[in-house]
Ligand binder design. Structure first.
Ligand code: PLP
Length: 395
């Protein structure tokens, strides 16, 4: 019997089930890679953010193992008290050099990085201009700051400028914040146009490059490098949990700001430091990318092969400019059936529907990876062709 005071939760869960929005966890039982054991089935992985295959890379594993021997498993303090390891500092310097910024602050996750960076920069008297499709962690970081949040139309610099003209005069200072790569469609923010607006009106700028690092720019140096805007964006948020294959977040950018965040960022001051093993693995990942563009090149080759293969089959793969490949299906039930049938056939690719994407724009989202061999890509395309015909999506 559910206690009366908690019966509302049972109702909420029922509502989730009835609307098809209930999240059911798939359980992984294998190393990360092109093929994984998911709920007991060996399937081709088109689902994770392991863009470069680094999550299972021997160089990262060795670095993590050596760090456990050298430092133990947990720092047992926050960074600002006794939790800062020399590894943390080395990672911050190395990632700053890789991204071509003055300084960087390593925090527990990309999600946390937005909470670390936004509230110290703006408060009640200030205004944040935020892209309509920004990631949940940007939205939460913005809310935590208590600043006024003004949402502008997705990737629309003209609408941004109109909103800045209207709202900025009522506030002390302003911050523009945008995702670099939008993870549902794989489209990218027009950073050059956004920077022009910021310059014209004296606004601070922040870009969250979670899906751009290791993917865009020279050798995966990210979206700022892609646009050639080095030194122009004040803050770049990043994550080590996607292309870098590990875990952790980073706030990179101008030294003045990063130094200030070391004094003010609450996740840095009040939550434990990242473990030595994770930090060492992140460091190894950045070094791998600093030394060679091979993995990033392979990622883009695979992206081209997969996207052109899907288009040749007659699928609509949207407007992505990155390895994120949305296979547009429209109806959410169709997308879910498609995903389930793919899984039966040995392909793991997730269906996304409302509210993650707009109503009527349900899709399968394929995450292409450098870990996929040519045979893997062929296998995936064959299965998409088979299920596409079976469900009358293609002819
Ligand atoms: C994935 C993602 C994050 C969260 O990163 P974690 O390291 O997994 O917490 C933050 N911002 C954006 C834009 C993301 O895509």
């Amino acid at each position: 019997m559910v206690e009366a005071k908690l019966s509302w939760i049972t109702e909420e869960i029922q509502a989730l089930e009835e609307s098809g929005l209930m999240i059911n966890l798939r359980v992984i039982d294998s190393p990360p890679g092109a093929w994984m054991t998911v709920d007991g089935n060996e399937v081709l992985n088109l689902c994770t953010n392991n863009y470069l295959g680094l999550a299972g890379d021997p160089r990262l594993k060795q670095a993590a193992q050596a760090a456990v021997e050298a430092y133990g498993v947990g720092p047992t303090a926050v960074r600002s008290i006794a939790g800062t390891l020399s590894l943390h500092i080395e990672l911050e310097k190395t990632v700053a050099a890789f991204k071509g910024v003055e300084d960087a602050l390593y925090v527990q996750a990309g999600f946390v990085a937005n909470q670390a960076a936004i509230p110290p920069l703006v408060g009640r008297e200030d205004v944040i201009f935020s892209d309509q499709l920004n990631h949940a962690s940007i939205i939460d970081g913005a809310r935590l700051s208590r600043a006024k949040i003004v949402v502008y139309a997705h990737t629309d610099a003209a609408d941004l400028e109109a909103k800045v003209k209207e709202f900025l005069p009522q506030y002390r200072r302003g911050l523009i914040v945008t995702d670099g790569v939008f993870s549902m469609d794989g489209d990218i923010a027009p950073l050059d146009e956004i920077y022009a607006v910021a310059e014209a009106y004296g606004l601070m700028t922040m870009v969250d490059d979670a899906h751009g690092e290791g993917v865009l720019g020279k050798g995966g140096r990210g979206i700022v490098d892609h646009f050639g805007l080095h030194g122009k964006f004040d803050v770049e948020i990043g994550t080590f949990s996607k292309a870098f294959g590990v875990v952790g977040g980073v706030v990179a950018g101008k030294k003045l700001i990063v130094d200030y965040l070391r004094q003010k960022a609450r996740p840095f001051l009040f939550s434990n430091a990242v473990t030595a093993a994770d930090t060492a693995a992140c460091l190894a990942a950045v070094k791998v990318l600093s030394e060679s563009t091979d993995l990033v090149d392979r990622l883009w080759e695979n992206t081209e092969t997969f996207k052109s293969g899907m288009q040749a089959l007659g699928f609509d793969v949207g407007q992505s400019a990155t390895p994120i490949t949305p296979v547009m299906l429209g109806d959410v039930k169709l997308a879910k059936t498609f995903s389930r049938r793919l899984f039966d056939e040995g392909v793991f690719a997730m269906a996304l529907g409302f509210p993650t994407v707009p109503k009527g724009e349900a899709r399968i989202r394929v995450m292409v990876s450098a870990a996929l061999s040519n045979d893997d890509l062929t296998f995936g395309l064959e299965k998409f062709a088979r299920i596409g015909k079976e469900l009358n999506v293609i002819s």
